[in-house]
Design a protein around this ligand. Sequence first.
Ligand code: COA
Length: 260
Amino acid sequence: MTYETLGLEVDGGIARVWLDRPDKLNALGPRALEELVAVFDELQRRHETPVVILGGKGRAFCAGADRADPPGRLARGSGAGARERRWTAQLGRRALEAIERVEAVTIARLHGHVIGGAVVLALACDLRVAAASTSFCIPEVDLGIPLTWGAVPRLAREVGAAKAKELILLCDRFDAVTAAAYGLLNRVVADDALDAAVDEWARRLAAKPPWALHMTKTQFQAYGRAIALGDVTTMDGDLLAAAVAEDPARFAWRKETRAP
Ligand code: COA
């Protein structure tokens, strides 16, 4: 499939998805959101690709929702029926869920601006690495809308409810070191070290036993879905048994496979 707003590069076990409208700081219109769903659904079927990096071309990761191209078929009077309007209103959440759904490990490569919906895309990824000069902001409330796209519980999960409320309600900008202190980022690196840092993690992850990597990813997916409903750790034993059965030699004790 070819994409208008995105680029997809696959290099061995590592796929790179690039938001690719740099002249608009990769702002996310309906087309880009639909393409994010499509590309992550495509990646879901690439069973030989254990790692996906999501980044932005140009001088920003992403400036959030495309405020110059609101979904045309959102409004009454657009000709769209109620169900289509509802579908259109949920494109952002659909993009977030498509990223979360992929069973490869995802890394957000963050630089420049990470604003509004861009924070949501980052939250959908498993790991987040940012260049030191990256600037973050959740400006929705100042723009007269609530933060949507499924972001509120995810942000609260990552940074705690009190900090999530502060960031969403006050709409202040914050820098990468602050974002890391909040728990929103795994790593902050010098601007010129971003690609090296992201690639190093991607390579290391892609070299791990693929079945264990995949299962661990799906454990976190399950906890993310079920944690509010109850404890699902009862299935851990089943996962362990299935993993050992799949590759008994790897699990068997050998001195050279001791933990580091
Ligand atoms: N929607 C649509 N277009 C956007 C955009 C957005 N969210 N963010 C940036 N752009 C476009 C600008 O219109 C401009 O296009 P143009 O050159 O054709 O006019 C281009 O991207 C560059 O943006 P510009 O504002 O000139 O860059 P800057 O470095 O001065 O400022 C930002 C960068 C991110 C601070 C500023 O663009 C901004 O505040 N954007 C809006 C962020 C936002 O509100 N997001 C939505 C959250 S819900």
